[in-house]
Design a protein around this ligand. Sequence first.
Ligand code: FDA
Ligand code: NAP
Length: 438
Amino acid sequence: MASTDHPPVVHDLVGVGFGPSNLGLSIALAERRDQGRYPPLSAVFLERQEAFGWHRGMLIDDATMQVSFLKDLVTTRNPASDFSFLSFLHHVGRLHDFINHKTLFPLRQEFHDYLTWCAERVADQVRYGHEVVEVRPVYSGERVTHLDVVAENGAGEQAVLRARNVVFGSGLRPRMPEGVEQSARVWHNEYLLTRLGELAPKADPRSFVVVGAGQSAAEVADHLHQRFPRAQVHAVLSRYGYSPSDDSPFANRIFDPEAVDAFHRAPQEVKDQLTGYHRNTNYSVVDPDLIGELYRRHYAEKVHGDQRLHLHNTSRVAGLSESTEGVAVVVEDLVTGKQTPVPANYVVFATGYHPADARPLLGELADRVVTTPEGRPVVERDYRVATDDTLTCGLYLQGGTEHSHGVSASLLSNIATRVAEIIDSVATRAGAPAEERA
Ligand code: FDA
Ligand code: NAP
């Protein structure tokens, strides 16, 4: 990619990141182009990974999706799209097998294959191996009319793309407890399979500690317990036990596009209330089948007198000290205060994620972003970040909008409809007539 284009090519959209959100956007743009909609919109996406990959470190063989396959990248926007999960199954010759399976929830590995198949079909819109490091304003007089998106490749070379609009789809970042650093023996679950894959072929770990009570923690405990049949697996959670995720039909409506309308309109106290009521659709909760399986195994081991899966409930990690031999973990019972030493070969923190913050990339532009009293960006219904009126270009967010658009912000549920809303917004600002909506 040339870094000194003269005059620079101006793209209607430049996307930061190419996970499912911006992949969904690139598909909607490709379909829009095929339909000859006006105005044509050009786009380039910059992805720091060398190839498409979706939470690769958690592609545990038997893990399934937490969302119906009908909430793929296109179906709720365009049920006739040939980028649907069903089209993928048809393409790979598994449609009948999947139908016979009678499930809405594909394997995560299978969904990864679907996403990769989609990404390959829009590969002309993506530049892999490019990490966006800065977004600079381009002035025309007092006004910021364009944005220069600066990316670095693995060799430290810079590329600059000029855009009328930037769409941040940079996803989630692993969250470690304060004061805990990752190391050769202490990992966040995001890197689970990568780190396990790096162990020596004859490695025979005998003890793991897994911290957390969410879906990731339960999947990690389950995986380690099955993969290392001679290892003790210590699950440490502050709750009394793993709690089930609520995916009952009425509660599930919180992920619908109409719920986004309602949430965005709601006063702050109602937003807070809704977030609290429906937190258990997504956070610190586990698929009920997996809870049942872990309990069954825990109980069977009790019966047979060979407990390997240990549940340290109402507990926390009170000490962690690492040596070349392993990690000396101290687990504290929150009820009694009793501290128990648990020697471990490896400790996995499944302590959640937080959304990537786009503001550090914005440099001086960050001061022009309108913020809430809590310091979060104000985001309009069309996902455009509110700025002072010197900016005529657009900054859009896919993710990082839970405070403004509700709990579906970081999930797959709404990608298909959200990308159409973003395209409509960009096209309208570029002068599209109403009938050209995505
Ligand atoms: P995502 O994080 O997937 O992608 C962001 C991309 O941006 C990455 O490829 C990253 O490399 C890139 N990037 C970041 N910064 C960059 C920069 N500066 N420059 C260039 N590239 C950059 N949700 C759901 O609805 N159903 C489910 O079943 C699951 N399952 C699931 C499993 C696991 C293990 C996790 C951790 C999460 C889920 N999720 C989920 C939630 C998850 O957030 C969601 O599936 C998508 O990953 C969201 O897609 P995004 O594209 O927004 O982010
Ligand atoms: P999560 O739901 O946010 O859970 C984080 C867990 O870590 C919680 O139990 C939390 O405690 C605990 N925790 C947080 N900070 C801690 C600290 N400092 N010390 C000790 N414990 C701490 O995260 P997640 O399980 O990674 O799930 C995140 C998202 O990914 C969800 O949307 C989930 O559905 C998705 N996911 C999907 C799949 C799949 O599709 N199969 C797999 C994994 C994840 P509390 O219990 O006190 O809150």
